[in-house]
Each structure stands twice: as C-alpha cells, then as structure tokens.
Design a protein around this ligand. Structure first.
Ligand SMILES: *Cc1c(COP(=O)(O)O)cnc(C)c1O
Length: 390
C-alpha cells in the first residue's frame, strides 16, 4: 500500500483486513473458505447507524445469512429484512423479534406469507395487485409498503427493472390495499447495490418524494419510508467512510421528506462485505499459445462456488498473494468448473504476480457479502464455500 492509504476507504478498511489476513495466513484451508470477523460487522453497524440517525437498520439477510452475523446483530438491536420463510426462521432462531423483521421480497409464496403472519411479522412489501391479494388473504390487516421502480442510478450492481412499480400504479395499489383491509403505510425502493457516491441518491429520492407527497395528498397516511440498501463496500475504489456516507443520505432524505415518523434502511453489502475474506488457491497458470498476451490463472473458487458477483465483471474483487512484492502482469482469471462461463475477469484483466504458480495461496478481500449464500451446492463436485468465524 502506497500513498493512497490516506484515502478514507482504504484507511478504514486496511487495519481490519489485516486481522482477517493474518488469520488466513496462519491457517491451512483444504477448500475455499470464507473467514468472517463478526466484530467487524458490529463496528460497521455502529458506523452506519451513527450516520443514519434514528433510522432502523434492517439487515438484508440474503447478503450473508451466517447465524453468527444474525445473532450479533439481533443482540445489538438490529432489525432484519427477510425474503423467504427460511430467512425469517433464521432471524427468529438468532433471537430477533418477529416485529423487527420485514418481509421485503415483492414475490412471495402464499404459504410463506401465512407463516410470517402466524409468527408475528407485521410489515410486507408489494409492487403488484396480485401480491396485495395474497397478503390480504394470508396476512389480513397487515401493514404494506409499496416498492417503487427507480431509474438506473449509476450503481455498480443495479437492481432496476425487475422490482417496483410506477408512480401511477403505486397510488392505485395503495387504494387497493386499503380496499382489501390492509394498511398502506409507506414506500420503498432500492437505489442499486454498491452505489459508491451518496449524491447518486439525490435524483432517485426526488422520484420517490413525488409519489410520497402525491400519496399523502390523496389521503393515505404514509408514515414509513424504506430507503433500501445500496451502501457501498470498499473494493479498491475510494468510497466515503460509512458514517459520512450514511449521514449524507439521511440529509438528502430529510431535505425531501421532512420528519418521517418511521425510516428503515436495509444495508446488506455495506454492513458485511468488508467483514469477510476468502482464502483460495491457485490451481493452474497457463498460456494457450506462445504469443498469448495474457496468462490464464485458474483458482479453486469460481462463479458457481461463491464468486457469482463477477457476473459481467460487475464487482471487482481485490486479490492478495504472498508474491505481491514481485513483478506483476495482467492475466485472465477463471474458476475451476468445466464450464466456459466460469471466467471471472477477462474483459478487464487482473494484475497478479508473474511468478504465481499452482499451489500458491490467494486471498480475496471484502467477500463477506453475496458469496457463501450464492455458492451452488456442488457443481462439478466442487464444494460450496466453507465458512469460518473468528
Ligand atoms: C438485496 C436487498 C437489499 C440489500 O442491498 P445492498 O445493496 O446489499 O445493501 C436491501 N433491500 C432489498 C429489498 C434487497 O432486495
């Protein structure tokens, strides 16, 4: 690390990743392993919370459902956003109270809605008429918030198109919810995952505020604003400190919405990514021809065993080897499975030591989010990610 260590993101992340890295270096792992530092999750929770003020933090469980993370967050007063019956069960088993769990998936199984209602979950998301009908039938009288579509905001991992509804339909859904005996209490959206600059929230919040004020003018007693996730993790590009980032977002919200009685935030990546490090191994370094420009470096972990977010090379992980002091050169990085889709980075090659060879250890930073939960059960017989908690 050179002079860039003075940038906020790097200086915030560096001491903690070295704790994970020393642990990784002190142990031998037989298969790709995600090492989690639960104290780091707690520190990140407090950092975000300090910036968000009185907003309730509902951890997006899908980012990493490790029981140790859920237990720690429940113990320090965290709330949860679950997407399925299984995630609700995990939260309850970790000690969460049902009333602190929101059911935020807009595509729910009726039996899951009935389960959630039976155990005491009170708040549900919807973005379509059929979903409201399901909720009214299986969770009568529940609070619902309507998820809105937002324009692409510049996030590294956008979540536009599939979820949410338009301004006009949102108002119709609120009326429908009321007619069905539900309580339309608010709105939600997701700015897009890994939104590195808090100012990218401004145009999105402008869109949401229009619907919010129109809904209130139409007589709906909206008191809940769910600002979703999108809080960034440090993957090598500079990002603001989490408290500064969250405070800026809270300020942008206050400017447009005033004093909202209930605000929820649902960080996933921003809460847990930097608390995880993957220990992996180089399986092969090769060149396809004598004049091949780039080496191919094959790892024992790939797209199907934990690194799914390399899809379209969207998330660019940082790699650490024991040879980083040696001369470096570009390479194409790939996983071990017998599938040509299992290439991690090719459009933008990765710089790795020229002396790298089979058997070398390779550490992958900021892997606490969307890795273990994304690993397949065993494509090609390669095991899913092992998880170790320190
Ligand atoms: C995935 C998800 C989140 C978490 O998003 P991050 O970008 O990881 O913070 C939050 N809310 C909902 C509804 C989600 O689906």
């Amino acid at each position: 690390m050179t002079m860039t260590a003075t940038f906020t993101g790097l200086s915030a992340a560096a001491p903690v990743s070295s704790r994970l890295e020393s642990f990784a270096r002190a142990h031998v792992f037989e298969r790709p392993t995600l090492i989690l530092d639960i104290d780091r999750v707690e520190a990140q929770y407090h950092a975000l919370s300090a910036g968000l003020g009185r907003a309730a933090i509902h951890y997006a469980v899908k980012a990493n459902p490790a029981p140790e993370i859920l237990e720690r967050l429940a113990a320090i007063g965290g709330h949860f956003d679950a997407a399925s019956r299984r995630e609700i069960e995990l939260c309850l088993a970790a000690g969460a109270h049902a009333e602190d769990i929101s059911f935020g998936n807009t595509v729910k199984k009726p039996a899951d809605i009935a389960f959630a209602h039976a155990v005491g979950v009170e708040i549900f998301a919807a973005d379509a008429a059929e979903e409201l009908e399901k909720i009214a039938e299986h969770a009568p009288g529940a609070q619902v918030y309507i998820r809105l579509l937002v324009d692409a905001s510049g996030a590294d991992w956008p979540l536009t198109r599939k979820f949410g509804t338009s301004h006009d339909v949102a108002l119709e859904l609120m009326a429908q919810a009321r007619a069905l005996g539900l309580r339309p209490v608010g709105l939600s959206f997701h700015v897009g995952s890994q939104t590195r600059d808090p100012m990218m929230w401004a145009p999105v919040l402008d869109q949401i505020a229009q619907v919010w004020h129109a809904g209130r003018a139409a007589g709906f007693e909206l008191d809940l604003l769910n600002i979703g996730g999108g809080f960034p993790a440090f993957y090598g590009d500079d990002i603001p400190h989490p408290t500064a980032y969250a405070a800026r977002v809270a300020e942008l919200v206050a400017e447009r919405f005033g004093d909202v009685p209930r605000i929820m935030a649902e960080p996933g990546r921003g809460l847990v990514a930097e608390a995880g490090l993957i220990a992996a191994e180089v399986l092969l370094v090769s060149r396809k021809s004598h004049d091949d420009l780039h080496r191919w470096v094959m790892l024992d972990i790939g797209k199907f065993s934990g690194l799914a977010e390399t899809m379209d090379e969207a998330i660019r992980y940082q790699f650490v080897t024991d040879r980083d002091h040696e001369a470096m050169g570009p390479c194409i990085l790939a996983g071990p499975s017998c599938d040509s889709a299992d290439v991690l980075y090719e459009k933008r090659p990765v710089s790795l030591p020229l002396g790298l060879k089979a058997g070398d250890r390779i550490l992958i930073r900021a892997c606490g989010a969307y890795t273990s939960s994304y690993a397949s059960v065993g494509f090609n017989g390669f095991p899913p990610l092992d998880v170790v908690v320190i």
